[in-house]
Design a protein around this ligand. Structure first.
Ligand SMILES: Nc1nc2c(ncn2[C@@H]2O[C@H](COP(=O)(O)OP(=O)(O)OP(=O)(O)O)[C@@H](O)[C@H]2O)c(=O)[nH]1
Length: 869
């Protein structure tokens, strides 16, 4: 019998070759593969062994059916899987074959079962592989869909409106038709979280758990509840556990992210400076010219850098600190679209206005009290003004104020029946008429002194005019009643011509016949003054800020500028910041007319004050300020304005050849800068010089003042080609050198008429000085010795030039000439010498002068003959 091969047996039994080979090996046959041949006996044994295992085959068939069921369910899920389709087809074929061979024998059925067994395993294996691949695909798709969803939330597109119908969404997506898993994509694209939840639940029904575990974090992310890992079922292991772990990690990151975000939110309010940017622009920009970007930034609520940038864009190169002009500021405002308005400034430097304002305010005040009248005595020369003032000073001041010595401070107060009267101590010389006129401004009552033996004279009339123009009532004091030829009736008749009608004649002018010399009726005069003041109801408010007027001012050695003031309203206290004329300061000391230090000055009280930064002028206004800073700025601004004004007003005049210049330039005025030691000298000289009139050309004093000739005077004179006249003063060292450089002529005098004569002669072209003073040297006193019978010896150092035994010598203290005389003796050590030159010490005495002090400047000079020009 021919041998049968294993594959033939397997075919016969309908069992897989491998199964048969394995069985043959089990039975101990020498076989290696399906081509191995078997003996007949072996074939029979093999066949019978398969027949014995039939129940097992039935079991296998059952499991095969079970597998088929699985295959069917899997195939229903994976419709797009070709391999699965092939398997199904194969399976169907087997089924068909089974159906067609109903009469097939048992062995055939077994063979079929054996064939189904490996096919099911393969399918399961493939299914698992597929499942893994799908998981990864699902993950990717889920991530992608999540991303798209968030993007869509951020940037919703009109053309990508998701429909509410999931099926429609599936149709819209070509890929959606292929796999159920891809349905997730479009579903996730739905913007509504509720829709997402709905979709998720629908997926839950169809999709394996893999998809569900992947959905959980997405849902959690959308809801932001932070409990994603709890959404999975408890005890879930394996792949789901992996996703849960992954979700846990994501959650942790999410929580951390939220925490950081929260912290950032908490930190945001701390960044306050950014709020400034958010403040709205003002409706109107109220600006001042000269403001810079920083100032404007504050007004506009914008950063200065922003303004600088804006201006740069407008073509204006600037920085934050640079002052901007009006046009630029308005341009900037227009750029911001707002209106610009320039701030209107009240000029506080106009103290005259402030003075008037306070004067008016006092009239309406509720704190008004009676104040002493301020009286000025006027009259013609030698009619007895000074005698009357002296009498009042000595009889009504010293007598009543124990120990009081009247100080000459331009005014003083007398007392009668516990009432005070303030007298302005104005001299009656014609040169001071200007001051008299000013005096009338602060004067309440004028006492017109007319000598009963002389009658009305020119200055009497002038005094009447001044008083009348000032609206000040006049009390007539007919003086010298003690003189035998006194004729008061004649004087009364004369005065009636000037509308001074006595009460006896139906008028209202008070007449008092007095004798200043004897004191007759002087008290009556005071009574009449008080009566007149009562009629006038003179009142003041001592509680308001002080105002006053300068009566007299000077420069004092050691005390600096000193001003005699009359307080008119308010109360001036020591320490008060003040502006006086073009000067400012703080009241350092205050002295009354009896030389006593006082702490406050009430209305109508004359006081001498120190503490000003420079010497003011007579009739300058005093105004008290709230603070020193304002007083300083006002004072400085006024000084600047005054200088500017004087420069603007000056006319170009040359001095060196005054007569020729006058002719050549057809000059009408000769400009002079005038400096003197005291205000009285300034005014006297000014009056005299201004009276000079040579062929229609007159003198114009462009500036006058008290104290040494300084650089400012030289600058002013240089700019206007004026010359400088110094009366009892000297130029400072720098002013002197500047005058030499600028060619400014400084003329120094100690006699008024000499100065007037020189100027007159120069204007007439007749200035032919025969002698001219030449300063030969300057010395500084370094030591002094007082020797009996000799006097004071000055140990001096020659700073420049030389000094001789015959030199004239001037003692200059603080720029003011305090003595002018001759050198009495000149020594080097113990020896008399003729001359001491620059750089050497010497000892000298001055004729008839012993008040030499350390630091005094000595000016040695000689009179040299000068040839006519
Ligand atoms: N007999 C007499 N002489 C008087 C009287 N008053 C003044 N005198 C004299 O008149 C002269 C001038 O007096 P002053 O007081 O200097 O006159 P004044 O008006 O001040 O003169 P000026 O200062 O130059 O303006 C002096 O010699 C006085 O002594 C008076 O009542 N009787």
């Amino acid at each position: 019998m021919a041998k049968e091969r294993i594959y033939e047996v397997a075919k016969e039994l309908g069992i897989d070759n491998k199964v048969v080979v394995d069985k043959a090996k089990d039975l101990g046959f020498d076989v290696t593969n399906h081509m191995s041949s078997l003996e007949d006996s072996q074939v029979n044994q093999l066949k019978s062994s398969f027949q014995n295992s039939a129940p097992a085959n039935k079991k296998q068939e059952k499991s095969s059916k079970k597998n088929n069921k699985i295959k069917i369910s899997v195939s229903s899920i994976r419709k797009n899987e070709k391999k699965s389709e092939n398997d199904n087809q194969k399976h169907k074929k087997n089924n068909n074959r089974r159906r067609n061979n109903r009469n097939h024998d048992h062995a055939q059925r077994n063979e079929r079962n054996h064939e189904q067994k490996p096919a099911a395993r393969d399918l399961l294996k493939q299914f698992k592989q597929k499942q893994r691949a799908e998981e990864s695909t699902l993950n990717k798709q889920a991530q992608k869909a999540k991303k798209e969803y968030h993007e869509q939330l951020k940037h919703p597109r009109k053309d990508n409106k998701p429909t509410n119908n999931p099926k429609k969404n599936i149709k819209e997506s070509p890929k959606a038709e292929k796999t159920e898993t891809k349905v997730i994509g479009p579903k996730i694209l739905k913007p509504s979280p509720a829709r997402l939840k709905k979709n998720q639940s629908s997926i839950k029904k169809e999709i394996p758990k893999v998809a569900l575990s992947n959905e959980a974090p997405k849902e959690n992310n959308n809801r932001g509840n932070g409990h994603g890992r709890n959404t999975g079922k408890p005890g879930r292991k394996g792949k789901n556990q992996f996703f849960n772990n992954h979700n846990e990690h994501s959650d942790r990151q999410e929580r951390r992210r939220r925490k950081n975000k929260k912290r950032q939110h908490e930190q945001v309010p701390k960044k306050q400076p950014t709020q400034r940017k958010e403040r709205p622009l003002p409706d109107v920009l109220v600006y001042e010219e000269g403001m810079n970007a920083q100032d404007l930034g504050k007004l506009l609520h914008r950063e200065p850098a922003e303004l600088v940038k804006k201006l740069f864009m407008l073509g204006v190169m600037t920085n934050q600190n640079q002052s901007l002009d009006k046009d630029t500021i308005e341009l900037l405002a227009a750029e911001y679209g707002i209106e610009a308005k320039q701030k209107v400034h009240e000029d506080i430097s106009d103290i005259d206005k402030l003075y008037d304002k306070r004067m008016e305010a006092s009239k309406k005040s509720d704190h008004q009290v009676k104040r002493p009248p301020v009286v000025t005595i006027m009259g013609h020369v030698d009619h007895g003004k000074t005698t009357l003032l002296d009498r009042l000073r000595h009889t009504h001041v010293s007598a009543h104020e124990a120990g009081g010595i009247t100080q000459k401070i331009g005014a003083y107060q007398v007392r009668l029946d516990d009432r005070l009267i303030t007298f302005l101590d104005t001299p009656g010389h014609a040169a001071f008429s200007n001051m008299r006129a000013r005096g009338a401004e602060i004067t309440d009552i004028v006492v017109l002194v007319v000598a009963a033996d002389d009658g009305v004279m020119p200055q009497t009339i002038e005094a009447i005019d001044h008083a009348k123009s000032a609206g000040v009532p006049i009390i007539v004091a007919i003086n010298k009643m003690d003189v035998p030829g006194a004729n008061p009736q004649h004087v009364t008749e004369q005065l009636m011509k000037y509308n001074l009608i006595p009460e006896d004649y139906g008028g209202d002018t008070i007449y008092v016949n007095i004798s200043a010399k004897t004191g007759e009726n002087v008290d009556d005069l005071l009574q009449m003054i008080l009566l007149q003041s009562d009629v006038m109801e003179l009142q003041a408010d001592p509680k308001q800020m002080a105002i006053g007027t300068v009566i007299e001012a000077r420069l004092s050695r050691g005390r600096g500028p000193v001003a005699d003031l009359l307080i008119q309203q308010g109360t001036l206290n020591v320490g008060d910041p003040i502006v006086v004329g073009n000067t400012f300061g703080r009241v350092r000391t205050m002295t009354n007319d009896r030389g006593r230090q006082v702490k406050k000055a009430t209305p109508s009280m004359p006081v001498e004050i120190t503490g000003l930064n420079s010497v003011p002028e007579s009739a300058d206004k005093l105004v008290e300020f709230e603070d020193e800073k304002t007083a300083r700025s006002v004072g400085e601004s006024r000084a600047q304005q005054a200088l500017q004004k004087s420069r603007e007003n000056v006319q170009h005049v040359t001095l060196d050849n005054l007569f020729d210049t006058m002719k050549k330039e057809n000059m009408k005025e000769v400009d002079i800068v005038l400096k003197a030691d005291v205000q009285g000298s300034v005014e006297a000289l000014q009056q005299s010089l201004e009276k000079i009139n040579v062929e229609g050309v007159r003198v114009n004093i462009i500036h006058s003042g008290v104290g040494a000739i300084n650089e400012s005077d030289v600058t002013l004179a240089g700019a206007s080609n004026a010359f400088i006249i110094g009366f009892n003063v000297r130029p400072t060292a720098t002013a002197k050198s500047q005058a030499e450089t600028d060619g400014v002529d400084i003329r120094l005098y100690s006699i008024i008429y000499k100065a007037i004569d020189d100027v007159t002669a120069a204007m007439k072209g007749m200035l032919e000085p025969t002698y001219e003073e030449k300063v030969t040297g300057n010395l500084t006193v370094r030591e002094t010795w007082k020797v009996s019978k000799v006097g004071t010896i000055a140990g001096a150092f020659v700073d420049s030039g030389y000094v001789t035994r015959d030199s004239g010598i001037r003692v200059i203290r603080d720029g003011v000439v305090v003595y002018d005389g001759k050198v009495a003796s000149l020594k080097r050590f113990q020896d008399d010498v003729k001359q001491v030159k620059q750089g050497f010490d010497c000892g000298l005495t001055i004729e008839n002068y012993n008040d030499i002090k350390i630091d005094d400047q000595l000016e040695a000079y000689e009179m040299q003959e000068v040839k006519p020009q």
